[in-house]
Design a protein around this ligand. Structure first.
Ligand SMILES: [Zn+2]
Length: 189
């Protein structure tokens, strides 16, 4: 699924969560959640997020390696926080597309890693991230939900990435965003 479709679905899910009272109407968590909706595709060099950041998988792995090297060289040890971040960067660098970052394990990891930032940030980012994985399951390529198992899971009804059906889904998601924002402005502000 294209990055812009993921973003629209993510924002639709987040604004829907605001309406349901799961997430508060706060700028930072909603922005972070929107970014999280395109984040799983860091495992694909040509993904919109990597193009925007001028990043690729090799550079993620390299950054992880450099972080470990400098942490150890400067302090003589590697803190748990550095080890976790470096491990994630290196794992992304070596991951197949729609594998590690598209798994239920990744959703759980995002939920746990966001905990120190508070409930609102934790919920919004997890909702944005999970919206990506769920929507990829509705494409014909599916997602490796139970990574490291290579089995790809997909919904009974799927669409082709970049096809006509995706364009329709993208428009529908945008309409849902507008309706949600209208209702938020009408009833919650
Ligand atoms: Zn994806």
């Amino acid at each position: 699924m294209r990055g812009d479709t993921h973003l629209k679905i993510g924002v639709a899910a987040l604004t829907g969560s605001v309406l349901m009272g799961v997430v508060n109407l706060e700028m930072m968590p909603l922005l972070a959640g929107s970014v999280a909706s395109v984040l799983p595709d860091v495992d694909h060099d040509k993904a919109a997020i990597n193009q925007a950041l001028h990043m690729n998988k090799f550079l993620y792995a390299l950054m992880g390696g450099i972080a470990l090297y400098y942490a150890y060289r400067n302090t003589g040890h590697i803190s748990a926080k550095t080890a976790v971040i470096a491990t994630i960067l290196i794992a992304v660098g070596f991951s197949r597309h729609r594998a590690l970052t598209h798994s239920l394990m990744a959703i759980a990891a995002v939920f746990l890693l966001m905990q120190p930032l508070g409930g609102q940030m934790q919920y919004a980012v997890t909702i944005g991230y999970a919206s990506h994985i769920i929507s990829d399951c509705f494409t014909d390529s599916g997602a490796e939900l139970l990574y490291p198992s290579k089995k790809r899971y997909k919904a009974p009804i799927t669409i082709r990435t970049g096809g006509m059906a995706e364009s329709i889904v993208s428009i529908v998601a945008l309409i849902v965003v507008f309706l949600n924002v209208f209702m938020i402005l009408r009833y919650m502000v």
